[in-house]
Design a protein around this ligand. Structure first.
Ligand code: NDP
Length: 329
């Protein structure tokens, strides 16, 4: 039974050296427990923050201890009343081929509604992040202009599609021409390759009527450009700042307060767990739109337990389109 532990804390950009594979005995479930076989592992940008020491909204990973995150697993042995063999669950579990659990924090998921990996993406944490951040904070109205950065990623692709469902005009930024083409296919009105375009000019051209809603996944220069195009009463959801997660110095740049002041804009940061009590509502709505063909889920799936660190590191190089997932062989 293989486990991936945090070998050391990164300075700046993480590398494969930060991960160590350890082999142990297959754990045995005690009374009230299940043995879980890992089926799909989610790699997520927020895990970069957990690799640092110090306080944040989730506890840091400990050096020498297993890394954990979103996992879809199958019950292969059971001493648990509610989780018989064959049940499929999603939850926060260690990066291990097999693990034991008493079921706390696990959610049983249907196997006949959608591919089970969707519960790590569109129907899971990233989809819910898009759902609450966009609909609760940005509140786009028909005809308004919505910009989403990191648009071709797990959260961004859902944000753009939900904004289209609301009748908004949607502009996305992403890091390659392939991703730009993908976003157009998905129904985005405009998509900008921030690596090759002059972002300030491209954004002004793509949003001639200004920006009413901004869903920020990345921060940095893209976000600075958006602030120059805000309309009166714009709403900004700060979801992520991936362009700065590997920064070794506090990033400085244009300060947006003056723009917020003169446009009467609202900016709000949020964590998807703020909405924990409403997750069932979110999953139900997203599932409906998926079933109606109004939402599409893109996944970049790599295969093999040994590929988990590489898939995680790939997030910072833009290797994924849609949700980055590792499937167990
Ligand atoms: P993604 O699937 O979007 O993967 C990360 C993507 O970020 C990459 O594919 C890459 O795309 C882009 N990226 C990487 N480095 C940079 C950079 N320096 N500048 C701009 N873009 C970069 O991840 P998620 O959809 O899971 O997460 C998106 C954001 O949302 C993250 O910031 C994450 O931390 C945040 N988040 C926040 C949550 C919350 O509760 N607030 C919950 C879930 C996620 P490209 O090719 O376009 O560069």
């Amino acid at each position: 039974n293989q486990t991936i532990v945090l070998a050391s804390r990164p300075q700046g950009e993480p590398s494969a050296d930060q991960f160590r594979f350890e082999t142990g005995a297959l754990p045995q479930p005690a009374a009230g427990q299940v043995l879980l076989k890992t089926r799909y592992v989610s790699v997520d940008p927020y895990m970069r923050g957990r690799m640092n020491a110090g306080k944040s909204y989730v506890a840091p990973f400990e050096v020498g201890q297993p890394i954990s995150g979103g996992i879809v697993a199958e019950v292969v042995e059971s001493q648990h009343d509610q989780l018989p063999v064959g049940s499929v669950v999603v939850g926060n579990l260690p990066w291990q081929e097999y693990s034991v659990s008493d079921g706390a924090g696990l959610t049983r998921i249907p196997t006949d509604k959608a591919p089970i990996s969707y519960f790590l993406g569109l129907l899971g944490m990233p989809g819910l992040t898009a759902y609450f951040g966009l609909l609760d904070i940005c509140q786009p109205k028909a005809g308004e202009t919505v910009v989403v950065s990191g648009a071709a990623g797990a959260v961004g692709m859902v944000v753009g599609q939900l904004a289209k469902i609301q009748g908004a005009r949607v502009i996305g930024t992403a890091g390659s021409d392939e991703k730009v083409a993908y976003l157009k296919k998905l129904g985005f009105d405009e998509a900008i390759n921030y690596k090759t375009a002059n972002i300030a000019e491209a954004l002004a051209a793509a949003a001639p009527a200004g920006v009413d809603c901004y869903f920020d996944n990345v921060g940095g220069a893209i976000t600075d450009a958006v602030y120059n195009n805000l309309n009166k009463n714009a709403r900004i959801a700060i979801c992520g700042q991936i362009s700065m997660y590997n920064a070794t110095e506090v990033p400085v740049g244009p300060r947006p307060e003056g723009k917020l002041l003169t446009t009467s804009s609202l900016m709000k940061g949020f964590i998807v767990s703020d909405y924990h009590s409403r997750w069932p509502e979110g999953v139900a709505r997203l599932s409906e739109w998926l079933a109606e063909g109004k939402l599409h889920a893109e996944e970049t799936i790599t295969e093999g337990f040994d590929q988990i660190p590489a898939a995680f590191l790939g997030l910072f190089k833009g290797e994924n389109t849609g949700k980055a997932i590792v499937k167990m062989a």
